[in-house]
Design a protein around this ligand. Structure first.
Ligand code: ZN
Length: 326
């Protein structure tokens, strides 16, 4: 029988400007760009992946940057915020870092932990959460932040929904997460679910906002939330179990770095279940991650066209120059 879900594998977000996205996630948040590829369904658009040094599941944030895309709007039926964990002793470091970089943020307390809330360049909510339960990740030693203050992967994700019920059934019954409790939230009532495995990316918060507006997709909105599965066999078990419960679950898609199935919760939130393997070192060595445009073999014959079509992105400090379109 399948194990309970092990928390978050990755979160995928829509963005507008690839260079601005790279500068923010690498230079401000200190994440490593672990893969540059294209959207497999739209090869004229990048798919950028950030994470710890190797892109450990639970640290992976991915973006589809559609150049010039309009901003979306946060609302019910979407994941709206991504939380990263820091060690509690790093709180002064991050407060000062954001101030020095002139990035506005607010401070609040949630389930006893201090939360710094800010927006990324496209307006997605990011939270930096000081947690004594921080679990170690693979530190990117060439990045701008020293190990003791670096982000420690995801704390979790926040969903906004009109009604808790369907999300609760999905998270508890079908994904095996545990209900932690609830507390008042400026938007409504926040309910917390936790993966029993603990560790990186183990929280899903669901804020119930009855009667409030739905989200509208666009730059700065989260496209889907991917949960981890340990193997292809277990993924099959999830697929059959979800199908049997009436979820419109897709067949397995080969995403090159993991294998994926997708389904939508009744609340409207799009979920994925992704395998840990094969990981990002499958098509370039660990030292080279993110430095070259990687294409799946079925797009290799079109490489020149794709390189001429995608926007030029650079990261001189890491020797990265990709794309030819100014
Ligand atoms: Zn995904």
């Amino acid at each position: 029988m399948r194990n309970p879900a092990q928390g978050i594998h990755h979160i995928t977000v829509m963005a507008s400007h690839p260079q601005r996205n790279i500068d923010f996630y690498t230079q401000v948040l200190g994440q490593r760009m672990v893969k540059v590829t294209v959207n497999f369904d739209d090869p004229g658009t990048y798919h950028l992946y950030y994470g710890d040094r190797v892109g450990t599941p639970g640290t992976i944030m991915t973006f589809f940057p559609w150049y010039g895309a309009k901003r979306g709007q946060r609302g019910n039926g979407e994941a709206v915020a991504t939380g990263y964990t820091i060690r509690p002793q790093s709180l002064p470091y991050w407060t000062e870092r954001l101030q020095n970089l002139s990035i506005p943020f607010t401070t609040s307390t949630r389930f006893g932990e201090t939360v710094l809330t800010l927006e990324d360049p496209d307006g997605m909510l990011l939270e930096i959460i000081a947690s004594s339960k921080a679990s170690p990740v693979e530190h990117w030693e060439n990045g701008p932040i020293e190990a003791e203050n670096a982000l420690q992967g995801f704390h979790g994700v926040t969903l906004w929904v009109g009604n808790l019920k369907s999300s609760q059934v999905l998270l508890e019954t079908h994904l095996g997460m545990v209900y932690v409790g609830s507390e008042a939230d400026p938007e409504g009532t926040r309910h917390r679910f936790e993966a029993v495995s603990g560790g990186v990316g183990s929280h899903v918060d669901v804020v119930e906002r009855p009667g409030k507006g739905k989200g509208r997709s666009g730059a700065g909105t989260i496209h889907h939330v991917a949960m981890r599965t340990v193997s292809d066999d277990e993924q099959q078990e999830y697929m059959h179990a979800l199908f049997a419960k009436g979820y419109g679950v897709t067949r397995v898609q080969d995403r090159q770095y993991f294998h994926s199935i997708y389904f939508r919760d009744l609340s409207g939130v799009l979920f994925e279940i992704a395998t840990d393997a094969p990981g990002f070192a499958v098509d370039e060595p660990e030292t080279e991650l993110g430095k070259h445009l990687k294409l799946p073999e079925w797009y290799e014959p079109r490489r020149t066209d794709i390189e001429n079509h995608v926007r030029k992105i650079t990261s001189p400090e890491y020797g990265i120059t990709i794309g030819n379109r100014e």
